[in-house]
Write a protein that binds this ligand. Structure first.
Ligand SMILES: [Fe+2]
Ligand SMILES: [Fe+2]
Length: 382
């Protein structure tokens, strides 16, 4: 039993393996309104897969550890660059923290869920279950994958705290960078919480399987190759926030199509948060491009050469070594997150940071600029 195994997450369809989904011509997610299996699939998997295959031999499975070989730590930001982040503190206070919402103005998961303290709770749950009864399995697979990705939040906060010059040195530091990291985490924390409770109440998924998968994923961490370097880190977060915005927007669109307006509202609302985060991270990079175009363009090229790994690329349910590849194939097929999205995010960022117009670059910087500018049309052709 793999992840439904993703299929094992879905009660009633537990005998279906996701791997058999992928290869079956009668795959149950092939709804008539959906686009046919996309020719981009193998391309996307190449983007997503990023060295995942064939590395499972030395797994220390019980703790979700050493899922893949660990890389030697690299520190690619020269120490003198620390000054840039110090000098940007006032700027960050006025330009970055403003993209966070005060807690009292934030939505909370409970705003979208049956109220267990009210008399109408059981009726509300019954209604929710009626509305979710007809949602197709493949859609739930993707929603479960999105939820598990959000639930691995401790990994993302840990990662931000590896970046020299911005990390939270004490756990309660008042530098704007550290405040951002904690408050961003607090905003993100509501995403997994809400999706988790919604899926639990739906009764459509195998929660034990899901909870185990979350535990494995947090235990395993991730390797996005940002080398403790905030230039690389902010390129990654800019890309990733946009990717989650697209993905949650698409699950909203599909939920609406299935007639589950409340779920559509949930996904739209989460997408709204991701949009604010994307704005903040792309703004930080915009500032770095202005102050230090050479390092910024080299960082951008460096991350694109490595390919942007998805945060849950090491997802594992205790059984399926290729779970992420299988999940990605379903997301691709449903049109929730595709190779075309990857390319469009890249194109958006190239434009957003006016990479083509950068001047005063070193030889290496110009090479990086050429690489970036040549990559957009290549990706489009693919
Ligand atoms: Fe999120
Ligand atoms: Fe986000």
């Amino acid at each position: 039993m793999a992840f439904l195994s993703y299929a094992s997450c879905l009660k009633g369809f537990v005998s279906l393996k996701l791997s058999s989904f992928v290869h079956s011509p009668k795959a149950p997610w092939l709804n008539p309104y959906l686009p046919p299996p996309c020719e981009f699939a193998s391309v996307t998997l190449a983007f997503f897969n990023n060295g995942l295959k064939g590395l499972a031999s030395d797994l220390k499975k019980p703790l979700g550890l050493a899922h893949k070989p660990r890389r030697k730590v690299e520190y690619s930001m020269p120490p003198e660059k620390l000054e840039i982040f110090k000098s940007l503190e006032n700027w960050a206070e006025k330009n970055v923290l403003t993209h966070l919402k005060p807690v009292e103005k934030c939505w909370q998961p409970q705003h979208f869920l049956p109220d267990a303290a009210s008399d109408g709770f059981f009726k509300q749950v019954e209604e929710l279950r009626k509305r979710t009864a007809e949602i197709p399995d493949d859609y739930l697979v993707v929603l479960v994958g999105d939820m598990i990705t959000e639930e691995a939040l401790p990994t993302y906060q840990s990662l931000l705290n590896t970046y020299h010059g911005i990390r939270d040195e004490t756990g309660s530091s008042l530098t704007p960078w550290a405040v951002w990291i904690r408050a961003w985490t607090a905003e993100e924390n509501r995403h997994g919480d809400l999706l988790n409770k919604y899926l639990y109440l739906s009764g459509r998924v195998d929660m034990i399987q899901i909870e185990k998968t979350v535990q494995y994923l947090i235990g395993s961490g991730m390797d996005i190759q940002t080398e403790n370097n905030p230039y690389l880190g902010f390129i990654y977060t800019s890309f990733q926030e946009k990717a989650t915005f697209i993905s949650h927007s698409n699950t909203a669109r599909l939920a609406k199509h299935y007639g589950e307006e409340n779920l559509a509202r949930i996904c739209r609302t989460i997408a709204g948060d991701e949009k604010r985060h994307e704005t903040a991270y792309t703004k930080i990079m915009e500032k770095l491009f202005e102050l230090d175009p050479d390092s910024s363009v080299k960082a951008f090229a460096n991350m694109m050469q490595k390919k942007i790994s998805m945060p849950a690329h090491w997802v594992y349910d205790g059984q399926d070594e290729d779970l992420f590849v299988h999940f990605s194939a379903v997301a691709q097929r449903l049109g929730v997150y595709t190779a075309a999205d990857y390319a469009s995010i890249f194109e958006f960022l190239v434009e957003r940071w006016s990479v083509e117009k950068l001047t005063g670059l070193s030889g290496e910087g110009r090479k990086a600029q050429d690489y970036i500018c040549g990559l957009a049309p290549r990706m489009k052709r693919l």
